[in-house]
Design a protein around this ligand. Sequence first.
Ligand SMILES: NC(=O)c1ccc[n+]([C@@H]2O[C@H](COP(=O)([O-])OP(=O)(O)OC[C@H]3O[C@@H](n4cnc5c(N)ncnc54)[C@H](O)[C@@H]3O)[C@@H](O)[C@H]2O)c1
Length: 322
Amino acid sequence: MKNKNILITGGLGFIGSHITNKLIDNNNILIVDNVSTGNINNLYNPNHENLILINKDLNSLDLNNHLNGIDYVFHLAAMVSVPLSVENPIMCNLENVTTTVNLLNACVNNDVEKIVFSSSSAIYGENMNMPLTENELPMPTSPYAASKACCEMYLKSFYESYGLNYVALRYFNVFGPKQDKNSPYAAVIPNFISAILENYQPVIYGDGEQTRDFVYVKDVANANIKACKSKFNGIVNVASGKRITINQLFQIVKETMGSDVNPKYLPKRQGDIKHSQADISNLEKINLKIDTTNFENQLSATVKWFEEEFKRDIPNFKSKNI
Ligand SMILES: NC(=O)c1ccc[n+]([C@@H]2O[C@H](COP(=O)([O-])OP(=O)(O)OC[C@H]3O[C@@H](n4cnc5c(N)ncnc54)[C@H](O)[C@@H]3O)[C@@H](O)[C@H]2O)c1
């Protein structure tokens, strides 16, 4: 992708910054990010001449004015926390659904060629028909999941009504460098790595026999770019297509880090699903092949990044839940 004008909402976040870093040398990038969970230092060059950053909430902008001349939109900004969405469903609907509809409307008004939307495997909820294909019925168990399902419906309806091209990427469990370790809702891999680095006991909720399908953040960034370039309109799972138990994951993290710590088991959290595994055959439709044999190397690269962060800035690194 070259010489395009691209809007990346949430471009300073974990996944958005990987997309920005891949595209910025050859394209003009407009980022809208309110820095609620993102960080400018996630960009390899925050002063890049191809970057314009609007440090505002998407809801506070008249998007019609900002999309003039934009070719492609990657929409990642959202309330990303499931527990927060359960606490505040009205805010979740505003931040995730209303904002997306406003953005789609602005895309149509400004002749945007395609939008790539960050959706989620949370949509499948309690659906246990593994491996999960995109045709399975959404069974959302949280306002967050419902908001993502709703956005997918709007994407389809804008395609049918106005011809706005789209791909909704349903990410499974994303991991990799730059993932937020300080959030109270931090994901399992950053939690394990931080605990081991900071010398406290990692926590496993439930018996640890629940399974998850992990996908590396660089594959997710590639999926966004390939989806944008492809002729495909529709929904695509972004995952490895494999599942491992949280107990197995813990052993791999422990071995990678040369630790002999044991986990502390706490009761299962409300809303946690038992199993998750994607059918990834639709990745072909966006011409993407994910190397699914590389988990250990990807985990090593992730550990290395966290170790460097830890050495660089111990006070900021400290988790809030010690
Ligand atoms: N990380 C995962 O495992 C995962 C899984 C499924 C789906 N997703 C989806 O992928 C997207 C990106 O997730 P992430 O993990 O990179 O999260 P993140 O929190 O690191 O990134 C979200 C970014 O959006 C910004 N933002 C949030 N609300 C905003 C608003 N109203 N206006 C402007 N900026 C706003 C944040 O500051 C942040 O930079 C989200 O839509 C999320 O729901 C992530």
